[in-house]
Design a protein around this ligand. Structure first.
Ligand SMILES: Nc1nc2c(ncn2[C@@H]2O[C@H](COP(=O)(O)OP(=O)(O)O)[C@@H](O)[C@H]2O)c(=O)[nH]1
Ligand SMILES: *[C@@H]1O[C@H](CO)[C@@H](O)[C@H](O)[C@H]1NC(C)=O
Ligand SMILES: [Mg+2]
Length: 403
């Protein structure tokens, strides 16, 4: 009994000590604890995403973390910053950009920062005195084998123990982790604070598989506030607007001169063949939409299709009498912005069209629809989809903006 109480009280003491030193670390701008580098009083959350996931799902994962940090900040927890994971080796990006790319290439960082405490990786590097950046704790998130135990989805997590990280640290070979833990996780992203609290000394915590934690709330005001802050890099906006003015003859935010289509092909055409239309079927559906838009005959197609598919669709639409446009980047734009930038330009041009038709269940399409909600388009011009040639065609969900 006596022994037990001694153990308990010394545990309490240790915990108290940890608490004070953590407090001290937060306030100082110099080195603290066992951490021999300048941390300017901030702690950092890093994350990465399952490698095969594309750009637009990653934008959604960003929002989960950005909202988590912004909400914490509102509640006075203001010592954490989110490190923007550089873009590296994306599965769909075949040309250009083999180096880890910072977020400012694609987004307006000032605008991101106006919503949530985010920093670029190079800001962290520039404050790191050592040759390597050391993550204190790296959590490898895993799904539970059975998310519906006893038929219910409960929020929970379970640290399985130490394990190995075989990821790429966003393409950098000078990042390491002191401790790597595998943890099963299901539920909302804010539940990650519980994992963070297990390591009061840690100032750099990383999560892999950032796509596993879910939005705390989807489609609420915080969701849209965050979404509105995700403005694109100004140069990309300029390129898109110049194109719209020159080829689509529009100089306003909500154009009345063209219809746009997100025609998702590649892996969608291969693995969801019965959910996407044929080339002829696509042209027919565009013709049907034009019937509702008298006096309009310009169509802009955003697509990841091959050149031969593009030529076939263009021919079919031209035969119907429509003026058909695709954004064909110059070599210098490809060099400067790569496939990621070109995809964003396609998205911006699609966003401003009088009428939009997207691809079912494509996050690329979802992001265009959100942009159109922000621009104030009538939702009937936005939540339209290409249907398969035959069979059932489920209606698009209308994700309406909340101001
Ligand atoms: N330029 C361009 N690229 C596209 C288009 N559609 C898809 N892609 C590329 O394919 C990727 C698809 O992945 P993701 O963004 O996750 O969207 P999802 O797979 O359609 O949900 C995009 O990030 C682009 O790199 C398009 O219309 N234009
Ligand atoms: C790690 O490598 C990258 C790319 O070479 C470099 O920009 C960065 O400064 C390095 N980080 C550190 C802490 O030395
Ligand atoms: Mg995808």
């Amino acid at each position: 009994m006596l022994i037990l109480s001694v153990i308990v009280s010394s545990l309490v003491l240790v915990a108290a000590e940890e608490y004070t030193s953590a407090q001290y670390c937060d306030k100082t701008t110099k080195s603290c604890g066992n951490n021999d580098e300048v941390s300017y009083g901030k702690k950092h959350i890093f994350y990465d995403v399952n490698p095969p996931e594309g750009f637009n799902l990653r934008r959604d994962v960003y929002m989960r973390f950005a909202i988590m940090l912004a909400e914490a900040q509102k509640q006075g927890k203001d010592n954490w910053e989110l490190v923007l994971p550089p873009w590296y080796n994306l599965y769909h990006w075949r040309s250009g950009r083999r180096q880890p790319t910072p977020w400012n290439k694609y987004f307006d960082i000032k605008s991101l920062k106006s919503y949530s405490p985010v920093v670029e990786m190079h800001e962290i590097f520039s404050k790191t005195k050592k040759k390597e950046l050391e993550i204190d704790v790296l959590y490898i998130l895993e799904n539970y084998e059975n998310p519906f135990e006893n038929g219910v989805f409960n929020e929970k997590w379970h640290v399985k123990g130490e394990c190995e990280y075989d990821g790429l640290y966003w393409g950098y070979n000078n990042i390491t982790a002191k401790e790597v833990l595998c943890v099963q996780f299901q539920g909302k992203v804010s539940q990650l604070w519980e994992l963070i609290a297990l390591h009061p000394h840690a100032s750099k915590i990383m999560f892999t598989h950032g796509e596993i934690p879910l939005h705390d709330t989807y489609g609420t005001k915080s969701y849209w506030d965050c979404r509105k802050s995700m403005k694109f890099n100004k140069n990309l906006i300029h390129i898109a607007k110049d194109y719209i003015a020159e080829y689509l003859k529009c100089k306003t935010e909500r154009c009345a001169t063209y219809l746009s289509v997100h025609w998702r092909r590649q892996d969608f055409a291969r693995s969801r063949g019965n959910q996407v239309p044929s080339i002829a079927g696509t042209a027919k559906q565009i013709r049907k939409a034009f019937k509702k838009l008298p006096d309009m005959n310009k169509v802009f197609i955003a697509t990841d299709a091959s050149m031969s598919e593009i030529n076939k669709l263009e021919k079919a639409l031209t035969d119907y009498g429509y003026e058909t446009h695709f954004f064909l980047p110059s070599p210098s734009i490809i060099e400067e912005y790569g496939d990621g930038g070109i995809a964003i330009i396609d998205q911006i041009i699609s966003s401003h069209a009088a009428y939009f038709i997207g691809t079912h269940e494509s996050t690329f399409t979802y992001r265009i629809q959100e942009e159109r909600e922000i621009l104030g388009f009538e939702s009937s011009t936005t939540f339209n989809r290409l249907c398969p040639d035959t069979g059932h065609c489920e209606k698009s969900t209308n994700w309406l903006i909340v101001d």
